[in-house]
Design a protein around this ligand. Structure first.
Ligand code: ATP
Length: 512
């Protein structure tokens, strides 16, 4: 008989108007890496929140059995005390505190007099950091290390809590390929030492790389559990389980009708850091985007792509910005995002929670926010019109929600991303800048977003796509710019571009 560390049976969880989980079952064997997968809104995070006590016993029905004992967790601390630690998609670290301070926040190591014992805090922190191969001083501030290392801090923190079952909710969504692989390798290393993990991810190649078994959820129900070596654990098979049908093509075809007309031209664009003006973030960048063209921006983390996009979008990032900007051949000076929107620009941020959405407000409110004039009569919002137009946009985006009045923060991550895209499509832009547009998005929804991009360029508009997912850049773009450390490192026609070719440009630039 299987040695199960965790058995969740007949779990049902409802929110007003939504049955997020409907009689879900999950069995996790001791010492395995178990992937939990499903489309956006399938119920993965909800199931893990039930397990961790975030949703307390009594707020759901069904039973959770861990290490052979039925659990009735009332709060997160109850599950952590048993060694169940969950690391959420959005890391919960405080940037201006040190690694050590973050690691023991809420769980401080104290001396006999009740004051924090800093020596032990830092030495204990470094002990756990060594376990995850993080060789930094525990006094380094979180803001001074990259996202990859921050993820390691979270795992080291889990070790400080004596983790036995580690749950990672989309751990690699903001990591580059190299850091993501390192993290998965580390997970496989921990597995050898007996750690059990549950990993939620939309990156199917990762499941194939590291998971022993995977359970598929669809619309709040368990569909099946596939086992490596027994079942077909290929990407196509997983997609079939998730979506309910096979998907032939990941990238929709489009007629290539790139016009010779230039929609956007940027010349000698230089951007300085907003707080440290001596630091140049984007150095003398020039590029063009034609009508009907999808232009990709590829590069490693820290390449300066987001900063470039935000500085173009009404100087919403940077200081002492110099250079020239032309839209449809006309020189423009976009002083703020309002001017950028008025000139037909839209920027869909990579950070939907901080910069993209007002989480406490409804989908309707967020959808119309960037172009209120569309729903205003003489300066006053026409609520009926707003309701109607926002409804239409939500439908077009395929955002899953019981109502448009739903608080946007309550939507699943992927559905928030669709709503964010809807907010910018509502402005009817000519030039849409997408920054990591499919982060946290399931395969079906990715396809829908790609269709939307195709539709835009077929209508003669232009799209700029910043993405760390090279297959996406290669599958969707007409032309690719490659950036490295704030500089333009190269330009490739998509027809002749390969992942290796892109990396070669980055490496060459680094050598210079
Ligand atoms: N606090 C809440 N209030 C209302 N509805 C909620 C709440 N939390 C989740 N939901 C709904 O429950 C369903 C399941 O959401 P959940 O976040 O578990 O999905 P998910 O599978 O993790 O999706 P994703 O891959 O997009 O992160 C969704 O329809 C979501 O809108």
């Amino acid at each position: 008989m299987a040695d199960n560390i965790l058995v969740m049976e007949h779990i049902t969880k409802e929110f007003p108007g939504v049955k997020a989980l409907d009689n879900v079952n999950l069995e996790v064997q001791r010492g395995e890496i178990h992937a939990l997968i499903g489309e956006n809104g399938a119920g993965k995070s909800t199931l893990m929140n039930v397990l961790s006590g975030q949703y307390p016993y009594g707020s759901y029905t069904g039973t959770v059995t861990y290490e052979g004992e039925e659990c009735k967790f009332k709060k997160l601390n109850d599950s952590e005390a048993k060694g169940i630690v969950i690391i959420h998609q959005e890391l919960a670290l405080i940037p201006l505190l040190s690694i050590g301070e973050n690691m023991f926040l809420g769980n401080e190591i104290k001396n006999k007099r009740g004051a924090i014992d800093w020596d032990r805090t830092y030495s204990e922190a470094e002990k756990h950091m060594a376990q995850v191969g993080l060789h930094e001083s525990a006094q380094t501030l979180i803001k001074d290390i990259g996202t990859g290392k921050q993820q390691l801090v979270e795992i080291a923190k889990a070790f400080s809590k004596k983790v036995k079952l580690l749950i990672l909710d989309e751990p690699t969504s903001s990591l580059n390929d190299e850091d993501a692989k390192m993290l998965l390798d580390l997970l496989m290393e921990f597995k050898k030492q007996g750690l059990t993990s549950i990993i939620i991810t939309h990156k199917l190649n990762e499941i194939i790389y590291c998971a022993d078994r995977c359970t598929i959820l669809r619309d709040g129900s368990t569909i099946e559990t596939l086992t490596k070596g027994v079942d077909d654990l290929s990407e196509d098979r997983i997609i079939k389980g998730m979506v309910g049908r096979p998907m032939e093509d990941r990238y929709p075809k489009r007629e290539h009708n790139v016009s010779k007309d230039v929609m956007l031209e940027v010349k000698n664009w230089t951007v300085h850091h907003p707080l440290y003006p001596e630091k140049i973030v984007d150095d003398n960048i020039s590029f063009k985007v034609h009508k009907g063209e999808v232009v990709g921006f590829s590069g490693l983390q820290g390449a300066g792509r987001t900063e470039l996009a935000m500085s173009i979008f009404g100087k919403s990032y940077g200081s002492a910005i110099t250079g020239e900007l032309y839209i449809k051949g006309e020189k423009v000076d976009l002083k703020d995002p309002r001017a950028a929107i008025q000139h037909g620009l839209a920027y869909v941020t990579e950070d939907r929670k901080t910069n993209g959405l007002i989480l406490d407000e409804s989908i309707r409110f967020n959808t119309t926010l960037a172009r209120l004039s569309k729903v205003c009569d003489r300066g006053i919002i026409n609520t009926d019109l707003e309701v109607q137009l926002a409804e239409k946009m939500t439908e077009e985006m395929g955002t899953k929600t019981p109502s448009n009045e739903q608080r946007i923060g309550n939507l699943s991550g992927g559905n928030q991303q669709k709503a964010l895209l809807g907010k910018w499509m509502f402005t009817e832009p000519d030039i849409l800048i997408l920054d990591e547009p499919t982060r946290g998005i399931d395969v079906g929804a990715k396809y829908d977003i790609y269709c939307l991009i195709n539709q835009m360029v077929e209508e003669g508009k232009s799209v700029i796509m910043i993405s760390s997912e090279m297959p996406e850049i290669l599958g969707m773009c007409d032309r690719i710019y490659i950036m490295n450390e704030g500089k333009m490192a190269g330009e490739l026609d998509a027809k002749e571009a390969t992942q290796e070719g892109i990396m070669a440009h980055i490496m060459q630039n680094q050598k210079k």
